[in-house]
Design a protein around this ligand. Structure first.
Ligand SMILES: NC(=O)c1ccc[n+]([C@@H]2O[C@H](COP(=O)([O-])OP(=O)(O)OC[C@H]3O[C@@H](n4cnc5c(N)ncnc54)[C@H](OP(=O)(O)O)[C@@H]3O)[C@@H](O)[C@H]2O)c1
Length: 247
């Protein structure tokens, strides 16, 4: 198994892409800490699915936007599993709206969760990884951070920020044996995209060369590649998982 004996922390691991990553990593032998914000039921379902498949999982509730909560979360994970080898910064939200109507709260909420959350978690976990001189950090960006999207100035700013953050952290941590990479998914079928109007969905589909939406499992396999020594000489990169949407 590719992740035998490894410990992974997946933020936003209770649903969607994070859940698929948590399940795949556990199936590959990792002990997985599943972070979530408030949806206990989804988190428990994910943990139960991992255990039913013979894996090991721990639930850690924390708002990634809250530095103190992140410190406590990381402590809980290391108390239980001893270390953290892989950090997946996946937690994310949307608060869409056209720029002229966007409230400051909606801008701040998305920046705080999607970008500042990555800062808090990376800073805290990288301390452990620097001592070990090894680790893999994977940040969930988005094609929207590369090409923008009307109605998502907040989300695009956060995701473009995640890409800049990834490259800078990769440069800082490379000599310590830590890789930092990002994944830029396109349109993936999860709760986040479930409520999009049919018109938007059809227009998006028209712009995808593969003519289909992606599945969380297809993002998870890219994360697995970046979490193993299969990608040992790759850092500071953004892997697109988008059916060819951005090239
Ligand atoms: N779906 C797509 O098409 C797509 C495309 C590009 C990028 N992405 C990115 O991929 C990531 C996952 O997206 P998804 O579609 O799987 O989302 P999702 O189904 O809505 O799940 C979001 C996850 O993030 C958690 N979360 C939200 N706010 C949090 C916070 N403040 N602290 C800790 N956890 C928090 C949620 O926990 P609760 O269950 O407790 O709410 C949930 O586990 C996000 O970063 C998203 O921006 C998604």
């Amino acid at each position: 198994m590719l992740l035998d004996g490894k410990v992974a922390l997946v933020t936003g691991g209770s649903r969607g892409i994070g859940r698929a990553i948590a399940e795949l990593f556990a199936a590959q032998g990792a002990k997985v800490a599943i972070n979530y914000a408030g949806n206990v039921k989804a988190a428990e379902e994910t943990k139960a699915a991992i255990e039913a498949a013979g894996g090991e999982a721990l639930l850690v509730q924390a708002n990634v936007a809250d530095a103190d909560a992140v410190e406590k979360m990381v402590q809980t994970v290391t108390d239980a599993f001893g270390t953290i080898d892989i950090l997946v910064n996946n937690a994310g939200i949307t608060r869409d709206g056209l720029l002229m109507r966007m409230k400051e709260d909606d801008f701040d909420a998305v920046i705080n969760t999607n970008l500042k959350g990555v800062f808090h978690c990376t800073k805290t976990v990288a301390k452990l990884m620097m001592k070990k001189r090894s680790g893999h950090i994977i940040n969930m960006a988005s094609v929207v951070g590369l090409i923008g999207n009307a109605g998502q100035t907040n989300y695009a700013a956060a995701k473009a920020g995640v890409i800049g953050f990834t490259k800078s952290a990769a440069k800082e941590l490379a000599a310590r044996g830590i890789t930092v990479n990002a994944i830029a998914p396109g349109f993936i079928e999860t709760d986040m995209t479930a409520s999009l109007p049919d018109k938007v969905r059809e227009a998006t589909l028209a712009g995808i060369p593969m003519k289909k939406l992606g599945k969380p499992e297809q993002v998870a396999t890219a994360a697995l590649f970046l979490a193993t020594d299969c990608s040992s000489y790759i850092t500071g990169q953004v892997i697109h998982v988008d059916g060819g949407m951005v090239m």
